[in-house]
Ligand binder design. Structure first.
Ligand code: DQA
Length: 145
């Protein structure tokens, strides 16, 4: 089983960026946490981070027929992008949307997610563990498909 884990804009700044909201862990630490977790489950994890919407669309398209599922934190594009959910729908892979912070408890403009309509689940406010929950969701879904 192979999963593509995509992190959107400013998530390369984890550890530095608003640590009171996003914690003190870095993107490299997050990716290692996910990679170790997937390794124990015999799942291959591939990672991608970009600050650019079109590059994220390209990355989603690259998963077509290559990955079994997608975990995506679209970051600020969650609240603005139509192209990202369109790409997820186009490739037809099960995708889980993850947010480190609880987007329902922050500014009103963060309560809208255009991406969730293209995802089988949304996990918000579980910090880095949310990505591991997403692995579990895709694992059990793919096992029975
Ligand atoms: C985020 C929440 C978004 O609203 C924000 O723009 C981010 C990160 C999160 O992981 O909590 O960049 O997706």
């Amino acid at each position: 089983m192979k999963l593509l884990i995509i992190n959107g804009p400013n998530l390369n700044m984890l550890g530095v960026r608003e640590p009171e909201i996003y914690g003190s862990g870095t993107l490299a630490e997050l990716e290692k946490l996910i990679s170790d977790y997937c390794g124990r489950k015999n799942i291959t994890a591939e990672f991608y981070q970009s600050n650019h919407e079109g590059d994220i669309v390209d990355s989603i398209q690259s998963a077509y027929k290559k990955a079994d599922g997608i975990i995506i934190n679209p970051a600020a594009y969650t609240h603005t992008s139509i192209a990202i959910p369109d790409a997820l729908k186009a490739v037809g892979l099960p995708a889980v949307e993850v947010h480190i912070s609880d987007i329902s408890a922050r500014e009103p403009y963060r309560r809208i997610s255009y991406v969730s309509s293209a995802c089988v689940a949304t996990i918000s406010g579980r910090h880095f563990s949310g990505y591991l929950d997403a692995v579990d969701i895709l694992e059990s879904r793919l096992k029975f498909s």
